[in-house]
Design a protein around this ligand. Structure first.
Ligand SMILES: [Zn+2]
Length: 293
């Protein structure tokens, strides 16, 4: 058996699958992310209950050090999440003699979507989550970009929408992408989450969020030329938001950029996740499977 673990900022998803079939989780368990001791204890309970484990894949909320050549490989690094800064997550989850892979949660989701979801048949894909925070995992020619906590697309600086007077709530930058579009920014600005906007103000709010997310999408595509950008996370569940991001893109691109972007219709490029439930854990299982001969 192989085990995939996605540790998110609020919940953990553990899954077990047969070696060779990472896209078919046989047993899945979810529990809240609490203290490192309690959370890692529950992960060990899951691994023990799985029986003979041949490999483990771990995709964690970050920032993380996912550079295998770094002495701090496998650690959650500077997170403000209480108790988690500098936690040696991989070291504490890994079991003697069982090979283990370690990536950030967004890279795990990108691997899951590339291999078994919206990116099937492509070799370059980006996965963005716009939820409690904003993060983007990128795979170019089959290889994840970055390792030591980077890239940090969530803090991209964006042009302001003329109708948006919210100052932004990123503790570092105020009105960076995350400070304007993540769940806490939506709630702080409008007192409602993105799925429950009143009908009469919905279109205007969606247009503001879409303008920022489209800027991120265009910047990511210009930088890495990904064949697809998967847009996931809680904020993206808001009805009409994905369509509004697609609609905003041509005005930004103005025909310039990779062929996929300069077309008038980015429907095939900007897509929803195809793995509805935790693409990150499917990616973690796939990376575990890669470790087997
Ligand atoms: Zn920021």
């Amino acid at each position: 058996m192989i085990v995939g673990i996605e540790t998110g900022g609020t919940k953990v998803v553990c899954a077990a699958a047969e070696a060779g079939s990472p896209d078919v989780p046989l047993r899945v368990e979810r529990f809240p992310t609490t203290t490192p001791d309690e959370t890692i204890g529950r992960i060990h309970d899951f691994i023990r209950a799985t029986g003979a484990v041949e490999a483990i894949g771990l995709a964690s909320f970050g920032p993380v050090d996912a550079d295998p050549s770094s002495p701090r490989f496998g650690r959650v690094t500077t997170t403000p999440k209480p108790g988690w800064a500098d936690t040696d997550l991989l070291g504490r989850v890994a079991t003697d003699g069982v090979p283990a892979a370690f990536v950030s949660d967004v890279v795990g989701a990108a691997v899951g979507e590339l291999r078994y979801g919206a990116g099937r048949g492509t070799s370059s894909l980006a996965y963005a989550t716009i939820g409690t925070g904003v993060g983007v995992g990128m795979i170019v020619d089959g290889r994840p970009i970055g390792g030591d906590g980077w890239p940090e697309v969530g803090h991209l600086l964006v042009r302001r929408h003329p109708d948006d007077d919210f100052a932004g709530n990123c503790p570092f930058h105020g009105d960076c992408l995350e400070g304007l579009t993540a769940g806490p920014a939506v709630l702080g600005r409008w007192g409602a989450d993105a799925s429950s906007f009143p009908e009469d103000v919905r279109d205007g709010r969606i247009a503001i969020l879409a303008s920022y997310i489209a800027q991120m999408a265009y910047s990511v595509m210009l930088t890495v030329g990904a064949e697809k950008l998967v847009l996931g996370g809680g904020v993206m569940q808001s009805p009409g938001l994905l369509e509004a991001v697609r609609a905003a893109l041509p005005d930004l691109a103005r025909g310039y950029g990779p062929a996929s972007l300069s077309s008038a219709d980015p429907t095939d490029v900007l897509v929803a996740p195809a793995i509805a439930d935790s693409p990150g854990v499917v990616g973690a299982l796939a990376l575990a499977d890669d470790l087997l001969p």
